[in-house]
Design a protein around this ligand. Structure first.
Ligand SMILES: Cc1ncc(COP(=O)(O)O)c(C=O)c1O
Length: 380
């Protein structure tokens, strides 16, 4: 599928001349992924591509995304401070746990928070005398997919249709400027259709609407090119209807995290031990799946092994903690890996360093950007 970048020839031919463990971001594949997404969504009028910072806080990587013109979605003051330092623009925000410090920073910069719960919204509207806000919407999905946990049962979003909510905003003369939804991993175009249909119905009730943020969760969807095309067509059609209804153009924000970076990141690690067990080879590498890849399910995409023995064996690749289930890859056939062989695993560009644990006090892997054939240090 065209969004999934190919591993660069340089990485295939040359073992990285950097220490291990390390995360390597492939510059060209980030650029091509962004360009592919942009090309897909450009049929939607007034659309803005942002990056969900929760997926990756590496400043050098974010600077690259900023240079490509991406805005940001932030969920904490820490993410916001990084985005400010880099100058990413525009910035959108929704968070289950705003506090005064974060909120004041957003308001200072004229960024409207998209409140995640009614109690949160009420508290801050009253505290700061707000007369306009954004809302993360709880979308009442009917055709809920078993894997989607983000419909009516979700803890995220406000039941914006409730009498209580409508009464509150009428009493306060509150303007709803932004509607934001994020439905976890979008499984197919019919989920998007249901969500957009709902947002369209809301556009009659909230006439001050300026921004519709459709969140992220596009990675699964992008495994099916036809569903991708269908989905963006659906979004476009509803946006046109909303614009007609409001008699002006709203802004549409798309803010994936995983889709933009996951596939462009490679974990470079070295084998620390290699032992033949009953019918498989037990490999331990120099970093931890438990610490790093809780959300990423890595594949072994390449190894740098000079072993002459080409008879494949069953391998299990474990991380370097004492936790029994610290497994990167539970089954892969490969020529026998030996101590000090280098391995490349993918996809680790998103939700790896940004949500790492640190069992045994292991540090995060160093991060590098590979641009053509040059490694540029991207923090550690
Ligand atoms: C509001 C919001 N937007 C965007 C994202 C990014 O999702 P993904 O990385 O799956 O694209 C998330 C992820 O949790 C989110 O909560």
């Amino acid at each position: 599928m065209s969004i999934y970048p190919n591993i660069s020839d340089f990485l295939l031919d040359n073992e990285p001349s950097i220490g291990s463990p390390a995360i390597i971001y492939d510059y060209n594949s980030i650029v091509s992924t962004v360009s592919k997404i942009r090309n897909d969504i450009k049929i939607i009028p007034n659309v803005e591509l942002c990056f969900a910072i929760k997926a990756n806080r590496n400043k050098i990587v974010l600077k690259l995304l900023s240079d490509l013109g991406l805005g940001a979605d932030v969920a904490s003051i820490h993410e916001f401070e990084i985005v400010e330092e880099i100058g990413m623009n525009p910035v959108y925000s929704t968070s289950p746990a705003y506090n005064e410090k974060f909120l004041e920073k957003l308001l200072e910069r004229n960024i409207l928070p998209d409140f995640n719960s009614f109690s949160q919204l009420k508290k801050y509207v009253e505290e700061y005398n707000l007369n306009e806000v954004g809302v993360r919407v709880k979308v009442p999905l009917k055709n809920i997919h078993p894997d989607i946990t983000y419909g009516e049962q979700s803890r995220f979003g406000i039941n914006i249709d409730s009498d209580e909510f409508i009464q509150f905003i009428n009493n306060k003369k509150l303007k709803i400027k932004q509607l934001h939804f994020h439905l976890g991993e979008l499984q197919n175009s019919s989920i998007i259709k249901e969500a957009m249909e709902y947002i369209y119905s809301l556009s009659y009730k909230f006439q001050d609407l300026e921004v519709i943020n459709i969140g992220g969760g596009l990675t699964y969807l992008y495994s099916d090119e036809i569903e991708v095309k269908k989905s963006w067509e659906i979004v476009k059609e509803y946006v046109l209807q909303i614009n007609r209804q409001l008699n002006r153009e709203v802004k549409i924000v798309v803010e994936p995290g995983m889709l933009i970076l996951a596939m462009s990141g490679y974990l470079y690690s070295k084998v620390q031990s290699s032992d033949l067990s009953i019918n498989k080879r037990i490999i331990t590498v120099d970093c931890s799946a438990w610490n790093l890849t809780y959300w990423a399910y890595p594949y072994l995409v390449h190894s740098y092994s000079d072993s002459m023995n080409t008879t494949e064996e069953e391998h299990v690749i474990f991380g370097n903690t004492c936790y029994e289930k610290d497994v990167f890859i539970s089954s892969v056939r490969h020529k026998p890996l030996k101590i000090n062989d280098g391995l490349l695993m993918n996809p680790v560009g998103a939700y790896v360093n940004s949500m790492a644990r640190n069992m045994h006090g292991y540090h995060l892997p160093d991060e590098w950007i590979l641009k053509d054939s040059t490694f540029i240090k991207a923090g550690n």
